[in-house]
Design a protein around this ligand. Structure first.
Ligand SMILES: O=c1ccn([C@H]2C[C@H](O)[C@@H](CO)O2)c(=O)[nH]1
Ligand SMILES: [Zn+2]
Length: 148
């Protein structure tokens, strides 16, 4: 595993927050992730007049990484929120991040010195992911082999 340049990720996350489209919440979030091949991709939250359709910064970063770089594995993500306390990603983002690396390091930064750091499998215990579907397929295949 490569060493993680947190300064670069933190700067990218803060910068991305300035691109946020958050006229409803006024909560401008930025995220920056590091892929296993060493690329950095950033995202911001993009809200919508139809409130539930807004997208979080973390998922925007994942989708940007996928379309711009064909990312398959994320090693680390830094999330900046404009708060005094470091803030955890929402459940939907935990699920989407888990798809691309359960061991991913998640660092949360804010406007104070507080920094929180953990991994996605701590944020999403007993998570559902690609392995579950793979296991289900193997079970189906094994049963079909016994009684086709
Ligand atoms: O980790 C988080 C938490 C919230 N938001 C966004 C969603 C919404 O646009 C706004 C308020 O919830 O902040 C993120 O982008 N990431
Ligand atoms: Zn989210």
């Amino acid at each position: 595993m490569q060493s993680i340049n947190w300064t670069e990720l933190e700067n990218a996350a803060r910068k991305a927050s300035t691109a946020a489209y958050a006229p409803y919440s006024n909560f401008q979030v930025g995220a920056a992730l590091l892929t296993s091949d060493g690329q950095i991709f950033a995202g911001c939250n993009v809200e919508n007049a139809s409130y539930p359709l807004g997208n979080c910064a973390e998922r925007t970063a994942v989708y940007a990484a996928r379309v711009q770089g064909g990312m398959t594995h994320i090693e680390a993500i830094c999330i900046y929120t404009p708060t005094e306390k470091a803030t955890s990603p929402c459940g939907a983002c935990r699920q989407v991040l888990n798809e691309f690396g359960p061991t991913m390091v998640v660092r949360m930064i804010c406007d104070s010195d507080e920094v929180l750091e953990t991994t996605i499998d701590h944020l999403l215990p007993f998570g559902f992911g690609p392995k579950n579907l793979q296991e289900a397929k193997e079970t189906r295949d094994a049963r079909a082999a016994v009684s086709p």
